[in-house]
Structures are given as C-alpha cells and as structure tokens.
Ligand binder design. Structure first.
Ligand code: NAP
Length: 307
C-alpha cells in the first residue's frame, strides 16, 4: 500500500499468470501493487505437470513456473493477500476491493480471475487429475505420445484438442453426449479424414477407472443404454469453461457467457478497471496470452493513474 495515503496504486484480483505478470510490470513501473488471491497462487497452470509451450523455457513444471512468477513479483515489492474477494466498488476516484475480512482502496483495479474448467463430476475424476485426467491438451498432450486417449466434449475446444492429440497419439476417441457437434464444422470434417480419430457419439462417461493412473473409462451409450469399457491412458475433458465474474457484473459489463467485455487493450466498460487473461472476452486462452494481457493491463493502469 502507499504508505502515506494507504491507497494501493494497482489492486490485482487473481494470482494466476495474468495477475502476477501485471504485478511485475506494475512494480517495475514504480507502482505499488497488491495481488489478492482466494485459492492458490499460480492459477490453472499449477496443475500442469510440464509446461513446454512457453517461449524461452523448454520445459518447466506448472508449479515451478508459478513459484518463479510469485517470487519475481514479491521480490519486486508486490504485496500478496490470500483472501476471497466478494466485490468491488468505485467511490469516485478511489476504487475499493472488498474481501471477506477487509477492504482495499486502490487507484486502479485489474481483474485477472481466470476461468475454471467445467468438470464432468464422475467418480475418480478429481483423484486422477494430473495422472491421466487433463483439462488442457496443449499443455499435457505430449505426455501421451503413442498412447490411446479420449477427448470428452463437442465444442470447438474438444474438436481442436482431438485434432492436436491425433498428431501424437496412437488413437483418439472423441466422446460427445449428442449426435451433433457444437464446434466448427470445418474441424469436424478434418477429423473425419483422420484414421486414428474415432467419434463416440450419444455417449457419456460414467466413470474413470485407474489405480495410480487412468486405465479405462466406463461409457454409457444413450441410445442403446448399454454400458461398456474403453481402455485409454488419458482423458482430456473439454466440456466448457466457467468464468467467475458474477461479483463484478454490477461494475463492468460481461458478455452472454459471463466473460468480462474487454478487447486486446484490456480496457473494460468501467474507467480504471482493466481485465487480463482468461476472464476477459478473447479467442486464445493460453499461458502466453495471459502473460501478455498482464503486461498490457498493468501499463494501461499506470497510464490511467498518471492521467
Ligand atoms: P463449449 O462451446 O461450451 O462446448 C462445451 C461442450 O461440452 C459442448 O459440446 C457440450 O455439449 C459439452 N458438455 C457440457 N457439459 C457437459 C457434461 N457435463 N458432460 C458432457 N459434455 C458436456 O466450450 P468450449 O469448446 O470450451 O468453447 C468455449 C467457447 O470458446 C466457445 O464460444 C467456443 O466457440 C470458443 N472457442 C473458440 C475457438 C476458436 O478457435 N475460435 C476455440 C476453442 C473455443 P452440448 O453440445 O451437448 O451442450
């Protein structure tokens, strides 16, 4: 906090890649930042066993990557707070972040709350996450080179994941609960032409089986009502993403899916409040784009404070 007025220059909500990058850029621009995180610092990437698609780092575990980011931000002087944010308000000049126990007055705010992957909610899904269950094919796909895997979902993410995995895996089963895909037809057509991709339609996953790692799925064909086993080493769950922005909806505009309306400049509908990373409307949600947003939002916040 600013020692004289007890007002932080940039209050950052969310301690994932976007939020921590924003803190690094803010601190290096001479601004006092505070990162408020309700869960684990590092966000989604902490659950990735190995990150191999971040430029300049050939390989690093998601947790090590996150720890390095946190270390870098705090060494530069960023404050960290582990509290659940309950809302924000604008008092005309000073913006206030409300948490369960406290209030944090700030000159500007960066919303970097990310998204959570929707889960299937089937037995052993949580236990085997990181041991064959993955929510990110681009992060973890390489570990299944030559193996048989399943992708669950019928949207663009599931289709893209199946296409990506078909380049590395022996066999890719694309399991979707309906007969028609929600995602792009052009990708469906490309997948139809791939020998190692098989569509498993009108089918739901009833259970994931495995001791130390995923071994098979129990599937249910909704038309025949028959249950059967499918042996796979990995299952990539791509059944949608859930933003967590409802508590900001009375201050910034959200799109129909709950993402904060903001373009590449990270500017929201409310002056002085910026959105960075997966929580905003965007096409590509990756580690690199989250980091890029963190930088853009922090520099925009610095400019806003100076005006
Ligand atoms: P999505 O479009 O919401 O699709 C989610 C899929 O998961 C749907 O097929 C849905 O089935 C299925 N599903 C949901 N809950 C399920 C459950 N409990 N069990 C089984 N299946 C379930 O999600 P997304 O594919 O992640 O895409 C999110 C947004 O990003 C979309 O707007 C998409 O267009 C966009 N996106 C764009 C690109 C691009 O390159 N432009 C790439 C990826 C994503 P139903 O179809 O039956 O509802």
């Amino acid at each position: 906090m600013n020692k004289t007025e007890n007002i932080c220059d940039i209050g950052i909500i969310g301690g994932g890649t976007a939020g921590m990058t924003a803190a690094i850029y803010g601190q290096r621009a001479g601004k006092q930042t505070v990162i408020i995180e309700g869960g684990t610092f590092g966000g989604q990437i902490t659950s990735s066993p190995n990150v191999e698609n971040y430029p300049g780092i050939a390989s690093v575990s998601g947790s090590e990557f996150s720890m390095n980011l946190l270390d870098q931000a705090t060494k530069l002087g960023a404050e960290t707070v582990m509290e659940q944010v309950t809302g924000i308000r604008d008092e005309g000049g000073v913006k206030v972040i409300e948490t369960t126990g406290k209030e944090y007055p700030c000159r500007s705010i960066i919303l970097a709350t990310g998204v959570t992957h929707r889960h299937l909610g089937v037995p052993n899904e949580e236990r085997l996450t990181g041991a064959g269950v993955s929510y990110c094919a681009t992060c973890d796909g390489m570990f299944f080179r030559g193996k048989d895997v399943a992708v669950v979902g019928g949207g663009s993410t599931a289709l893209q994941d199946a296409e990506f995995l078909s380049n590395y895996c022996n066999k890719v089963y694309l399991i979707h609960r309906r007969d028609e895909f929600r995602g792009e037809d052009s990708i469906v057509k490309r997948l139809e032409g791939k020998e190692n991709v098989e569509f498993v339609l009108s089918t739901t996953v009833k259970e994931i089986i495995g001791d130390a790692a995923v071994e098979r799925l129990i599937l249910n064909n909704k038309k025949t009502m028959k249950e059967y086993k499918l042996d796979v080493s990995g299952v990539f769950i791509a059944v949608g993403q859930i933003p967590q922005n409802e508590i900001f909806a009375d201050v910034v505009k959200l799109d129909g899916n709950g993402f904060i309306l903001a373009a590449e400049d990270c500017v929201t509908s409310h002056p002085g409040i910026f959105a960075a990373g997966d929580c905003r409307t965007k096409e590509v949600r990756q580690l690199t784009t989250a980091a890029a947003d963190g930088a853009v939002a922090a520099l925009a916040a610095c400019k806003y404070i100076a005006e």
